[in-house]
Design a protein around this ligand. Sequence first.
Ligand code: FAD
Length: 303
Amino acid sequence: MLRKLLLYLSNQAWLRHFISRYPAFRNIAWRFVAGETIESAFGVVQSLRKQGIESALDYLGENVTDLSSARESTDFYLSLLDRMYSSGIGNYVSLKLTQLGLDIDEEICKRHLEEIVSKAEGYDIFVRIDMESSAYTQKTLDIFKDLYHRHKNLGVVIQSYLRRSYDDVQELVRMGARIRLCKGAYLEPPEVAYQDKKDVDRNYIILMEYLLTNGNYPAIATHDERIINHAKNFVQKNSIPVDNFEFQMLYGVRRDLQRTLAAEGYRVRCYVPFGKEWYPYFMRRLAERPANVEFIVRSIIRE
Ligand code: FAD
C-alpha cells in the first residue's frame, strides 16, 4: 500500500515543488543523491574508488516535456563526458531516454543519445540506458537495438518484475548486448508485471542464472543479500570467473554490503545520481523500503 502511494506521489508535480524546497527533505535526499553538482558527484566517485568500488554517474532528470530541456540534458551529458575524460574520474554513465526527449519525439531522442554514445565511445566510457516504466520498454529496446549495431559501448536494463523479460533477455543475449538486471522500480499493472515479491525474486534468479551463463558481462543490480549469495554460489559451482560480471548497487544503500563484496574480490559498481531533479528518484528509493519513510518522519519531528 505505502509503496503504491509513494510511487504515485513520485509523479506529482505539486509535491515535487513543495518537497524540493523543504530543507529536511533535501538533507535526507543526500543520503541517496551525491549532491547537485559535477564536483560533488566526482568527490563521491573518488571516495568509492578508494574503497575498491567503481561508479556509474547519473545526471538526474526524466520525463522532460520540451525539446529545449531535452537538449540541455544532452549538452550536460556531453560536457560531463568531457570532464570525466579530462579528469580521469569515472568510466561509466547512466541515463534515461525520457530525459533526452522520448516523450516528445523519438527520432530526436535517438539523435541525442547517439551524440552522447559517440562521444563516450571516443573516451572509452560506457553508457547504460536505464529502464523506465513499461510504457517505455518497447521504445527503449528499439532505440537500444538500433544504436547497438553501431556502438558497442551501449547497454540496457531488464526488470525482473516484467512478464516479458525472459523473451527480451534471450533476444538481447543473442545480440551480445550488455544487460543490467534489476527488479524494477515503477508502479505497474498485473497484466504486464508480477505483483508478488516472491514471483519477482523467482524471475530475477531465473534471468540472473541465464545471464551469468550466457550473457555478455551482466550487471547484477540488487541489494537483496539472498539473491547475491545465490549468485556467488552459482558462479562458484559453475566455475564462472568473477570478472565475467559485476554487482551493482545504489549510492547510499547497503554500503556495508558494497564494501564487503569489493573486499571479497567481486567487481562492484555503485550507481551515483546527482543533480537538481532528485525528487522522483528519491521517492522511488523511499517506496523500496518503508523504514526510510519512518526515518524521515522522525527527522522532521526532531527539527
Ligand atoms: P529488494 O527486495 O527491494 O530489497 C532487498 C534489500 O535491500 C532490502 O531488504 C533492504 O535491506 C535493501 N534495500 C533495497 N532498497 C532500499 C532502499 N531504497 N533503501 C534502503 N535499503 C534498501 N529500476 C528500474 O526500474 N530501472 C532501472 O534502470 C534501475 N536501475 C538500477 C540500477 C542499480 C545499480 C540498482 C541497484 C537498482 C536499479 N533499479 C532500477 C532499482 C531496482 O529496480 C529496485 O527497485 C531496487 O534495487 C530495490 O530492489 P532490490 O533488488 O534491492 O531488492
